[in-house]
Write a protein that binds this ligand. Structure first.
Ligand SMILES: [Zn+2]
Length: 379
């Protein structure tokens, strides 16, 4: 047995090193404590490969930003996700209903505004500052007059510009867009305060402003789910992210999360069902409130710490196995010929059944054992 091992290593081809190391590391799963002793020596290796690209997937049908302005909610979500790594992509899907949805807060604000308007018009109350048109600078004593002015003058102007651009083609269109861009931007910023958005609460526009790519799907039930799921699979296939953040409580996403774990990706769920199916599958989960209050960001630090430890341990197993094996072979009490043979045979015929990732070269090629996941969830 002693003389057998070196010949195996010598005859190994470079392509086989990876699969072999996985089979070796399997021996070491239960000896993780040994790894910590040489943690410092491999920290440079770990930091080189530890960059975590994060992709956010937001199921707006299931989780609209209810009691929070959408722009702020989106920014908070991004902030929380960025504590897991570098946020590379942010997508949100919903059907038309979600985009015409008006949050309760906004409805209350509108009711309040209506009441104020009535009182202003009757002369019962008077605003300390006159209402000020952000497009042309004119001042009005009542909010209602400002709104009427805005609609009659600026909304019409805006519509005319849009029509001109719409009917133009080619270089003329480009010129018009350039010519009007400043004015249109000014109008949009002013309109946000003055006008009530006709479609919903400007949800899509607000999310786009926060940097999200927003997809609108047909109103068929499940259409947003399907689109979101396809998008997630696409990101996985193209290896654009190592960590997926899913905002949903919909148990239809359980399978795609499981798929992500099979591919050795990290998974985070944002939802309000504490014992939901998704949170049971994902590495970690947060409530919407935890995201908005910034609590998730703090907790993420310990989650990322655990992930790093896990990754470092995996690499230690990889790096130091020959040494460890040498020692163990010296004492001749751990391996026997049989188990070795079995393992090499199983790698020869491609042990895809054990870990899908063995054939890939992504940084998360090592698959966790079940006990690993359970312990990281329960902590
Ligand atoms: Zn004006």
């Amino acid at each position: 047995m002693l003389h057998k091992f070196p010949t195996i290593i010598n005859s190994m081809q470079s392509t086989r090193i990876k699969t072999l190391s996985i089979s070796l590391s399997r021996y070491c799963h239960f000896k993780t404590k040994m790894g910590f002793e040489s943690l410092n020596r491999t920290s440079t290796l770990a930091s080189k490969t530890a960059q975590n690209n994060v992709a956010i997937f937001w199921d707006l049908d299931n989780k609209p930003p209810n009691s929070f302005p959408p722009f702020e909610a989106a920014v908070k979500l991004k902030t929380a996700a960025s504590s897991f790594g570098v946020v590379r992509s942010m997508v949100a899907y919903a059907n038309h209903h979600a985009f015409s949805y008006v949050p309760i807060v906004v409805r209350e604000q509108r009711r309040e505004r209506k009441l104020l308007n009535q009182l202003e018009n009757k002369g019962v109350i008077k605003s300390v500052e006159p209402h000020f048109c952000k497009v042309c600078g004119r001042r009005f004593y009542t909010n209602e007059k400002l709104v009427n002015h805005f609609k009659q003058i600026h909304e019409r102007e805006h519509q005319k510009r849009l029509n001109q651009i719409e009917s133009a083609r080619g270089s003329r269109r480009v010129k018009l867009v350039g010519k009007y861009s400043m004015k249109m931007e000014k109008y949009k910023n002013a309109a946000r305060d003055v006008l009530t958005p006709k479609v919903g609460y400007g949800l899509a526009a607000e999310l786009k402003r926060a940097g999200f790519w927003v997809g609108t799907v047909s109103n068929r039930p499940q259409a947003a789910d399907v689109a979101l799921r396809d998008h997630m699979v696409n990101v996985m296939d193209k290896r654009k992210a190592e960590c997926l953040v899913l905002v949903s409580d919909d148990s239809d996403f359980v399978e795609v999360l499981k798929e992500a774990k099979l591919r050795c990706l990290k998974t985070v769920v944002v939802g309000d069902l504490n014992d939901g199916a998704l949170k049971r599958v994902a590495d970690t989960g947060f409530s919407w409130m935890e995201i908005l209050k910034g609590k998730a960001k703090k907790e993420a630090v310990s989650v990322v710490g655990k992930w790093k430890d896990r990754d470092i341990l995996k690499r230690l197993e990889w790096t130091y196995n020959p040494e460890v094996d040498g020692k163990l072979n010296g004492s001749e009490d751990v391996f026997d010929d049989q188990s070795e043979d079995q393992d090499f045979n199983s790698t020869d015929d491609g042990s895809n059944a054990d870990c899908i990732c063995t054939k890939d070269s992504g940084p998360w090629w090592e698959l966790d054992s079940d006990s690993d996941f359970n312990s990281s969830q329960s902590q």
